[in-house]
Design a protein around this ligand. Structure first.
Ligand SMILES: NC(=O)c1ccc[n+]([C@@H]2O[C@H](COP(=O)([O-])OP(=O)(O)OC[C@H]3O[C@@H](n4cnc5c(N)ncnc54)[C@H](OP(=O)(O)O)[C@@H]3O)[C@@H](O)[C@H]2O)c1
Length: 322
């Protein structure tokens, strides 16, 4: 059966989402909602979408099974809760929520109507991420001791939602949610202690660093910035090995995507370069969302819910410390 999706807002990222959506045979994007009818119509025309409507009409529509929510961060909770309350499954952009209680209320709304709420993080659904998680869990680099993860780039456009504190802007919420969530994927739990520092401009953090200490005494450090050349990298160090990865959302944008692993404490030991499939992250993420809805499997939904709650708590706690 086809999963019929409606998009809430003609966001820039929704255009990229459409590229992946067109490659998932079990999915059809049937409607787009916009505050501005002309913008909605232009988006629908560009992407071959049949219906343009308001946000409320979209979530009330009987032609839609699930909503993709790419609104500014501060609107994720309000509209995801409205969509779930109307009985629609929700794929909501990262960061899911701006606090753990806000995230919890979103899951409560979804569960009360028996629908699925999933946070959209394309890199998490990439085969390379799943493989790295499995290798760490299987002890291929020994006991986890430290992890460093970063993501930074430059924002040139002063009107960008990422610079607006009232819309949930800031480097941590936008870029830092990647390293924080990747650390959570690898450690499998929220940290027990956090220290952080940030450089603030006009009410938002523009560059931020944090140290996350975990229950077993292992540490992670993250950094993020809106003021650097684009970079994205993680180093996961265990007692007997190391993994290095760019943990990209879309490995199909690279010519020969790979990650590196060393399984030895020997200083001379070489890294092995492991090739990974070239995949559009929106395609693999949407295929996973459609599979979860079709099979009704709860284990993955529950695991991803726990991760989203941990991430919302960790991100908001980092900001309080910074
Ligand atoms: N997973 C990823 O790879 C990825 C990448 C980039 C961004 N994102 C996430 O996607 C979301 C949107 O990012 P974006 O770069 O696509 O943003 P954007 O282009 O600014 O789009 C946001 C959309 O939200 C709607 N909107 C509703 N109220 C608004 C308000 N008060 N101010 C501005 N826009 C408002 C607008 O649509 P209408 O005017 O049509 O209603 C606007 O087009 C964010 O949560 C971001 O974190 C995810």
């Amino acid at each position: 059966m086809t999963l019929r999706i409606g998009i809430l807002g003609a966001a820039r990222i929704a255009g990229s989402f459409m590229v992946g959506a067109k490659e998932v045979p079990s999915v059809e994007v049937v409607a787009v909602a916009s505050r501005d009818r002309a913008r909605g119509e232009a988006f629908a025309r560009d992407h071959g979408i049949g219906r343009v409507c308001s946000y409320q009409e979209l979530i009330d529509g009987s032609d839609v099974d699930a909503i993709y929510n790419p609104l500014p961060n501060a609107l994720h909770a309000q509209w995801s809760i409205a969509a779930a309350t109307a009985g629609k499954h929700v794929l909501c952009e990262k960061p899911l929520a701006l606090s753990e209680p806000e995230a919890a209320s979103m899951f409560a709304a979804a569960e009360s109507r028996g629908v699925v709420l999933l946070e959209a993080f394309p890199y998490m659904f990439q085969p390379q991420t799943l493989e790295i998680e499995r290798r760490v869990r299987n002890g291929e680099i020994g006991e986890l001791r430290t992890m460093f993860a970063t993501f930074g780039f430059t924002i040139a456009d002063a009107g960008n939602i990422r610079l607006d504190p009232t819309l949930g802007g800031g480097a941590l919420w936008d870029a830092g949610c990647y390293p924080v969530s990747f650390v959570r994927q690898i450690f499998g739990a929220r940290p027990r202690r956090i220290t952080a520092a940030a450089q603030w401009t006009a009410g938002t953090d523009r560059t931020l660093v944090a140290t996350l200490e975990h229950e077993n005494g292992a540490f992670a450090q993250i950094s993020c910035s809106f003021g650097t050349a684009v970079h994205r990298r993680a180093i996961i160090a265990g007692s007997t090995g190391v993994i290095e990865t760019d943990y990209h959302n879309h490995t199909d944008r690279e010519s020969e995507p790979s990650y590196r692993i060393k399984r030895s404490v020997d200083w001379q030991a070489p890294y092995e370069t492991v090739p990974v499939p070239r995949e559009n992250g929106f395609r693999v993420q949407l295929a996973a969302f459609a599979r979860i809805l079709a099979t009704g499997e709860r284990a993955e939904v529950e695991a991803r819910k726990r991760a989203s709650l941990d991430n919302a708590w960790t991100l908001s706690t980092i900001l309080q410390c910074a």
